[in-house]
Every structure is written in C-alpha cells, then in structure tokens.
Design a binder for this molecule. Sequence first.
Ligand code: GDP
Ligand code: MG
Length: 163
Amino acid sequence: GLPQVVIIGRPNVGKSTLFNRLVGKRIALVDDQPGVTRDRRMGKVDMLGMHFEAVDTAGWEDDEPDSLPGRMRKQTEISLQGADVALFVFDSRAGITPLDEEIGRWLRGQNVPVVLLANKAEGSAGNDGINESYALGFGEPVAFSAEHGEGVVDLFQALRTFL
Ligand code: GDP
Ligand code: MG
C-alpha cells in the first residue's frame, strides 16, 4: 500500500491543521482546546509528486493525568506500527515543553525515522523555539506554518529521504 506518515506531538501544536493542509480537506477537527482529535484520522496526500497516507493522531491528547504512561502511548504506538516516518510536530512559538521532551525520548526508542517539524513558524516568532528544538536530538527542524501553508516544499524534501 501507500507509505505512511504518522503525525505526532503534544496537544495544540497544530497536528490536525497540518493533516488538513496535506490532505487538502477538512477531515480532522481543529480546535484551541486540547483533546479534540478523538480517533486516528487517515487521508491520502498527493502533492508535488509525492503519494503517501497521512495519519493524524490523538494518542498524546488524553487529558487523564494518570494515563500518560499507559493509554496515550498505546494509541500512538498503534499508529506508529507500519509507519514509514514519524512527523514530530512542535509549536515553535511556545518553544520546547517537558511533554515535547518526553515524546522525543519515547520516539527515540521506536524503530522509525523521525522528521521534526517546527509549526507556527510564520514570520519570525518561531525562531527561539526552532533554536531550542535542536536539544531534542532530531537535527534541523523543518520550519513550517500549517495555517499559512509555508514550508511545504521543505517538508516534502525531508520526507522524500524516507519514502
Ligand atoms: P492539534 O491539537 O495538535 O491537532 O492542533 P490543532 O490543529 O487543533 O491546532 C491548534 C491551534 O493551533 C488552532 O487554534 C490552530 O488554528 C492553531 N494553529 C495550527 N497551525 C498553526 C500555524 O501554523 N500558525 C499559527 N499561528 N497557529 C496555528
Ligand atoms: Mg488534533
């Protein structure tokens, strides 16, 4: 089947906005409130000569505090099975949070290549967050704006290595 790109990150970083941007339809629910993506959502991406299936996840969006090591990971782990690339999204305006670091540590233990995506990087408001993100250990992030559609060419270039 099609190669799979799984979108991962803490709540509110713009995963669903990114998913909709790539798929070209408003399939995923976008909201300021964390936790609106209840299920996995999948959609075909056909852009710039690339064909893959994008998966929007909500595994880390469960707001039950005691579920962090349990259900959240399980959901995301299920989504990662069969994934060709994990697209690890952070909010470059908010900077790197402890939850971003935790997801990064967890991802490192998974057997899947990671592309780091600095979302909300329109203008220069994301520059500090982008600099901070090198500490996650995934190299240079792709500067992106899901809302404004900036960085798509760079993203596809980064994905092409693995697809
Ligand atoms: P998710 O929880 O990771 O799926 O995040 P959502 O896609 O639901 O987006 C959370 C919030 O961030 C919404 O208010 C979006 O409009 C906003 N957002 C998403 N992408 C961008 C972006 O590129 N720039 C800015 N400034 N806001 C964004
Ligand atoms: Mg979402």
